[in-house]
Design a binder for this molecule. Sequence first.
Ligand code: GAP
Length: 488
Amino acid sequence: MSKSQSPMEKIVSLCKRRGFIYPSSEIYGGIGGFWDYGPLGVELKRNVREAWWRDMVTGHDDTVVPPEAPTAYAMVGLESTIIMHPQVWKASGHFDLFYDLFVDCRTCKARFRADQVDGGSCPRKPSKRPGEHDDCDLTDPREFNLMFKTYVGALLDPTAEAYLRPETAQGMFVNFKNVLSTSRVKVPFGIAQIGKSFRNEITPRNFTFRSREFEQMEIEFFCSPESSQDWYTYWRDRRVAWYEALGLQSDRLRLREHGPKERAHYSCGTADIEYAFPFLPEGEFGELEGVSHRSDFDLRSHMEGKLVREGDDLVVERDEHGQPRHPGSGKDLSYFDDAAQRKYVPHVIEPAAGADRMTLAFLCEAYAEDIIPDEKGVPQERIVLKLHPRLAPTKAAVFPLIKKDGHPEIAAEIYRDLKSHWNVVYDERGSIGKRYRRQDESGTPFCVTVDSQTLEDRTVTLRDRDTTAQERVAIDDLVGLLRDRLAA
Ligand code: GAP
């Protein structure tokens, strides 16, 4: 354990050393804002996605009213394309408004996000802020659209321009009618989607926190205008409880309601679920997920065209000929409510999370250093990832104490048996202490060791990652015991 490393440097170094996360294209020097997930990282992120999908979609019971929910509701999933019709982004407002302001330094050619100049550092003199060094020559802030542009088909002309989606949300809005007419859902219901999004961030930073290619997990929840405020409260609190249930239980997690000035022009309420990532200064939090009350803005935009605020109203933005500046689809996306016998454009509550950010938060929360006795009773420092068992990449590791006397054969038999239930590893390399440390750093909740007593009574030691306590258990009881403890 290096004393000179910051907490974040230690986590980044563990992620590399154990194969959680690598810089993309590293052998070519990497590419800013892109990250690859290694063998353990891919399992961790898959478990994060599966926990979300299971808890929000497939495990949801449409027939009962969940605690604190206004009524029962349905949830369905969707997988839409990354490249969509370019008009989607014009009607949604992304084409005109999805930009950051940046400033360039004419001297050193560095580029900074305008809102980060104050906290940034001059590449020539890192102790100074951009603009403070005598040679700095900063431009005025300019707009930079964050959408990655590409071309569809062989022609590289403006008619073929398209964009990599900067959010998964729009796929759900444009499929609202499809889902309604092809599944048995009625308002209120939610559509969930997990998928890649792309933003050409000016300054990707803080490991995977701000990347250019990342994965989102979004729900668009459609409800009546009258019930929308109650649903907003429900989703906001439900989502915080979800993070807590998966181990973000410290005071590093918080819910922050936006003030009216911070909210988007269409929003009637937005709250961020935030985490005090270790790369942030003491007392600062970074967004994990935003929960927004988006009113009828999205469905109306895709019906009528890009909307702008005029006083209290959202109205279609018009060009000099009085035509919609960015027309919508013209399709009717309103809903006829059988029970109320009336038609309305549903309001939307959107819990929008990032899979990479939450994976990083779970890693940061799980990272711990402690001191435990080794095989000879000598206290040793260890690094351990105390990941929730649902998220742990590997659920158990099986070791033969020695590589002879029948230990490997029994260990392999146990490994194969456990493997049919969970992702389990077999390891016979190095001292037993080193094998435990490897699994502690990987976040594996349990280690099973075969020793000489196993040959006599078919029992093994079961070691708990967090307490390091060991107990003897019968091989025949292992699956049931692990099932109970992994579900706890
Ligand atoms: N549809 C609404 C929407 O996209 P957002 O706050 O821009 O809202 C939602 O994004 C979530 O996506 C964020 O809370 C964050 O977890 C994740 N996210 C956004 N930009 C990201 C980036 N550059 N890198 C990693 N995750 C990002």
